[in-house]
Design a protein around this ligand. Structure first.
Ligand code: HMG
Length: 455
C-alpha cells in the first residue's frame, strides 16, 4: 500500500530589518504607487550584516525542531535548497548542521544526510519531492526529514529588479502521516526549458536578469507544468473529460512570488488556459473581447506582448476572475507583500500566509502549489489539508514576526547591500541567534565561514 507523506509543519525566518517601499520609491524617483499597486510590494526584508543564507536556514531549522520538541535522532536528512549559498563546494546544509550542533551537542547530527539542492527559486520544491519520495520508499531511518529553503534576493542598486529584493528561510518538516499537508505525488507536473531569463555567474553577488523576458518564461513553464498536472488528473480519473476545469478541483493555492503582481499574472494566465472552451469562457469573451492571436510568436513573445497583457488585464477585472482570486490566492500574498522576493522560500511563505490568514475550515481541501525557478523550470503540485492541521497552525507566527521588524533608512540599506558594513557592525546586534563571526584568513581556511550562536 502507498504511504501518505507530506509536510507536518512549517517554520519561517525573516530578517529583523526592512526597507519600506515608499522610502525606496522616493529615493529612486519612482511613484510609490508603481511599487505598491503596480508590483504589489510594501516592504523588503533585508538581512543584517551578521546574517547570510546559512544563518537564516539554521534559524528556521532550529525553530521547527524546538516547536515540535524534536531531538537530532528524530531527523534523517537536513537538505537545504538555495541559490545564494556562500560556497561553491561546501553545501550550506553542512554549515547548518554545524550550527545546530552548537545547540544540541557536538556530533549530535553526525548521522544525518545533508545535501544542498539548486534550481533557482524552484529548488526547495524539488528537494521536498526528493525527500518525500525517500520517506515513501521506506528507506528512511528516522521519522522526520527537514528541507530548508533559504535565499537573499539581490539586484543592482537602481535597477528595475531592485524593488523586488527580499530575504527569508523556511524549514519544511516532512514525515509519513503528516498533520498539515498530504502530498499528491501522482499529480505533480513539471515544465522545464533551458533558458537565460535570470542567472548569477559564480563571481557575481547580484543576479543578471532580463526582467520582462523572465516574466514570459515563468508563464510558459507554468503552463507546461499545469498541462502535465491536468493530464495526470485525467489519467487518475480526478477529471472525467479534458474540457473540465483543473481550477475547479483546487480550493486554494500559492505561487512563487518574485513580486505579488506576478502571482496575479500567473493565476490569470492559468485560468485563461484552463477556462478556454468552458461555457463560462463564452460569457467572459463577450465582456472583454477575443483573445489576441499567437501567430508568428513564440510562447514567451506572446506572453509579454502588449496585446496579451491588455487582454489579461481586462480578464483580471471580470467578476469571475476576482471571485476566484479572492477565494483561492489573495491570502497567500499577505506575508509576501511584506517580505519581497525570497527566491526558493517564497512559495512556501505563501503557503504559511494562507494558513495564518484563513479562518474557515480547510480540512480536506486541495492546496495547489505553483513553483517556478529561472533557468528554467516550473512544478505544479498539490496537497490535501489534513484533519488536524489547526493544531499545527496554532503555533505559526510569521505575521507576528513581520510586525516586530525595524524599518531602516535607505542609506543603511545601501551600506548593507554594498557590503560596507562588516559582520561585526550589525544594525541590531545578534541576540539569541546564529551569527557569522569570522572569515578564515590563513592558508588552510581562507574564506571559511565561522558561525556562533550568540546568547
Ligand atoms: P518594470 O518593467 O519596471 O514594471 O518591472 P512594469 O512596467 O512591467 O510594470 C509593472 C506593473 O506596474 C504594471 O501593472 C504597470 O501597469 C504598473 P500591470 O499593468 O501589468 O497590471 N505600474 C503602475 N501602477 C501604479 N502606479 C504607477 C505604475 N507604473 C507602472 N505609477 C520587472 C517589472 C519584473 C521586469 C522588474 O521588477 C524585474 O526585473 N524584476 C526582477 C525579475 C523578476 O522578478 N522576474 C519575475 C519572473 S522570473 C522569477 O520569478 C524567478 C526569480 O524569482 C529568480 C529565481 O528563480 O531564482 C526572479
Amino acid at each position: 500500500m502507498r504511504k501518505t507523506v507530506g509536510v507536518d509543519d512549517i517554520a519561517a525566518y525573516v530578517p529583523k530589518l526592512y526597507v519600506d517601499a515608499e522610502d525606496l520609491a522616493e529615493e529612486r524617483g519612482i511613484p510609490p504607487s508603481k511599487l505598491i499597486k503596480g508590483l504589489g510590494i510594501e516592504k523588503l526584508a533585508i538581512p543584517d550584516a551578521h546574517e547570510d543564507a546559512a544563518t537564516m536556514a539554521a534559524m528556521a531549522t532550529l525553530e521547527v525542531m524546538e516547536k515540535n520538541d524534536l531531538s537530532p535522532k528524530d531527523i534523517d536528512f537536513i537538505q537545504v535548497a538555495t541559490e545564494t549559498g556562500p560556497d561553491a563546494a561546501k553545501p550550506i546544509s553542512c554549515y547548518v548542521q554545524g550550527m545546530l550542533e552548537q545547540i544540541y551537542g557536538r556530533g549530535s547530527f553526525d548521522h544525518v544526510g545533508a545535501p544542498e539542492t539548486k534550481f533557482a527559486c524552484v529548488g526547495a520544491t524539488y528537494a521536498m519531492i526528493d525527500r518525500l519520495a525517500y520517506i515513501a520508499s521506506g528507506w528512511n531511518r528516522a521519522e522526520y526529514s527537514i528541507v530548508v529553503a533559504t535565499d537573499i534576493a539581490m539586484y543592482e542598486l537602481n535597477s528595475s529588479g531592485e524593488p523586488t529584493q527580499g530575504a527569508a528561510a523556511v524549514a519544511l518538516l516532512l514525515k509519513e502521516n503528516p498533520r498539515l499537508l498530504a502530498y499528491e505525488p501522482r499529480l505533480t507536473g513539471f515544465g522545464t526549458v533551458d533558458d537565460r531569463d535570470f542567472f548569477r555567474p559564480i563571481e557575481r553577488k547580484t543576479a543578471v536578469v532580463d526582467g520582462q523576458y523572465s516574466v514570459g518564461c515563468y508563464l510558459r513553464d507554468m503552463r507546461i507544468a499545469a498541462d502535465a498536472y491536468k493530464r495526470n488528473m485525467l489519467e487518475l480519473g480526478l477529471l472525467k473529460h479534458p474540457r473540465e476545469s483543473v481550477a475547479d478541483k483546487i480550493d486554494l493555492a500559492a505561487f512563487h512570488s518574485p513580486f505579488p503582481k506576478m502571482v496575479q499574472y500567473a493565476f490569470a494566465s492559468f485560468l485563461i488556459h484552463d477556462w478556454r472552451g468552458l461555457p463560462r469562457w463564452k460569457r467572459i469573451l463577450e465582456e472583454i473581447g477575443p483573445e489576441p492571436s499567437r501567430e508568428g510568436l513564440t510562447d514567451v513573445e506572446f506572453y509579454i506582448s502588449d496585446e496579451y497583457k491588455n487582454f489579461r488585464r481586462k480578464f483580471t477585472r471580470t467578476e469571475e476572475f476576482r471571485r476566484e482570486y479572492e477565494d483561492k490566492i489573495e491570502d497567500s500574498l499577505i506575508a509576501l507583500r511584506q517580505i519581497g522576493n525570497s527566491y526558493t522560500a517564497s512559495v512556501w511563505l505563501g503557503v504559511e500566509s494562507h494558513f495564518e490568514a484563513r479562518a474557515d475550515d480547510l480540512a480536506g481541501k486541495r492546496f495547489g502549489v505553483g513553483s517556478y525557478g529561472s533557468g528554467s523550470s516550473a512544478i505544479v503540485c498539490s496537497f490535501i489539508v489534513q484533519p488536524d492541521y489547526k493544531e499545527v497552525v496554532k503555533k505559526m507566527d510569521l505575521m507576528e514576526k513581520l510586525n516586530r521588524r525595524r524599518r531602516i533608512p535607505i542609506s543603511v540599506y545601501e551600506d548593507l547591500h554594498e557590503g560596507r558594513l562588516n559582520f561585526c557592525e550589525s544594525v541590531i546586534p545578534p541576540k539569541n541567534e546564529f551569527s557569522l563571526v569570522s572569515l578564515g584568513k590563513r592558508s588552510h581556511d581562507m574564506g571559511y565561514r565561522y558561525y556562533k550562536y550568540v546568547k
